[in-house]
Design a protein around this ligand. Structure first.
Ligand SMILES: [Zn+2]
Length: 262
C-alpha cells in the first residue's frame, strides 16, 4: 500500500517536472526549436487585415500561427525551413556563393552551418554589421557572382520590380536558384499597383502593410518568367504532404517560390 502511494508520488513529481520543462505531449512542434512547443502566438495588427485584403484571400503569414514562443520564429521562416529540409537544399550549399536579402536569422544560421564559400547578407536597412547595405535594384556585385539568391518578402517593397529582377538575374550564374517568397492574391490575375496610393493608411488597406507598394496577383509567376527565370510557385501539399500545418505552425496556402536563372 505504502509502496503504491510512493510510486504515485514519484509519477506525480515526474509529470510536474515534464510540464515545467515543456516536455509534455504537445499538439505543436517547432522545426527550428526541434521540439514540441506550447503553441503559436498570434499576430495582432491594429484591426487585423483590411476587408480588401481579406476579400482577395491574400496569401501571406497565417496570423493565428505566427510566433513560436521558444525561438520567436514566424510561420514564414518555419515554412521555409521545412521546404529547405524536405528538398535537402542544405547539402548543395557547401562551397557555393549565396546572396541573401533581409536574412531570416535561423535560415542564415543554417546556411552558415552548410559552409558556403561566400555568403553575403544584404539589406537596404542593415540591422547589424554582418549585413551589408545593398539595394536590390543596383546590386554591387559582378555578373554571375552567385549560385543562389534568396529574397523573401522584398519584391512587394521595391519601387521597380523589373529592375530588381534584372539585377538578381545578372548576379546569378546560369542555372542558379532564386527563392523569392512574397505575398500575393490568388484572386487577382494582375498585380494591383497604383502609384497614386502613397498614403500609409491606403497602403495598409489595399496592399496589407503600410510599406508595401503593390499587391501581387497570380501574374507573379509570368513576371518572373518574363524576367528570365524558369520555375513556379510550388504548392505546400506537393512538397510537404506529411506536414500538418496546424501542428507545425505554417500556412498551407503559402507556396514555395522556386525559380532558376535561365
Ligand atoms: Zn521555435
Amino acid at each position: 500500500m505504502l509502496r503504491k502511494f510512493r510510486k504515485k508520488i514519484r509519477t506525480f513529481n515526474l509529470k510536474v517536472k515534464q510540464i515545467a520543462f515543456g516536455q509534455t505531449a504537445s499538439n505543436f512542434e517547432c522545426v527550428i526549436c526541434k521540439r514540441p512547443v506550447a503553441g503559436w502566438r498570434p499576430y495582432r495588427s491594429e484591426g487585423g487585415p483590411s476587408p480588401f485584403i481579406r476579400r482577395l484571400a491574400t496569401v501571406g503569414s497565417n496570423a493565428e500561427r505566427f510566433a513560436c514562443e521558444g525561438c520567436h520564429s514566424n510561420d514564414r521562416e518555419r515554412h521555409l525551413m521545412l521546404f529547405f529540409n524536405k528538398l535537402d537544399l542544405w547539402k548543395g550549399l557547401e562551397g557555393k556563393a549565396i546572396l541573401h536579402f533581409a536574412p531570416e536569422r535561423h535560415i542564415a544560421d543554417a546556411i552558415m552551418t552548410a559552409q558556403p564559400a561566400n555568403y553575403v547578407r544584404g539589406d537596404l536597412f542593415p540591422a547589424n554589421e554582418s549585413i551589408q547595405k545593398i539595394n536590390i535594384e543596383a546590386i554591387p556585385y559582378p555578373d554571375a557572382a552567385f549560385d543562389l539568391v534568396i529574397c523573401n518578402h522584398i519584391l512587394e517593397h521595391v519601387s521597380n520590380v523589373e529592375a530588381a529582377l534584372a539585377e538578381v538575374r545578372r548576379v546569378l550564374k546560369v542555372g542558379g536558384r532564386f527563392i523569392c517568397q512574397t505575398p500575393y492574391s490568388s484572386k487577382l490575375s494582375r498585380t494591383f499597383e497604383e502609384p497614386a496610393l502613397q498614403d500609409t493608411d491606403d497602403r495598409l488597406f489595399f496592399y496589407g502593410q503600410n510599406d508595401h507598394v503593390r499587391l501581387f496577383g497570380t501574374d507573379i509567376e509570368a513576371r518572373l518568367h518574363a524576367a528570365g527565370f524558369a520555375g513556379r510557385l510550388v504548392p505546400h501539399d506537393e512538397i510537404l504532404p506529411q506536414i500538418d500545418p496546424v501542428r507545425w505552425g505554417v500556412n498551407e496556402r503559402e507556396p514555395f517560390f522556386d525559380f532558376v536563372r535561365i
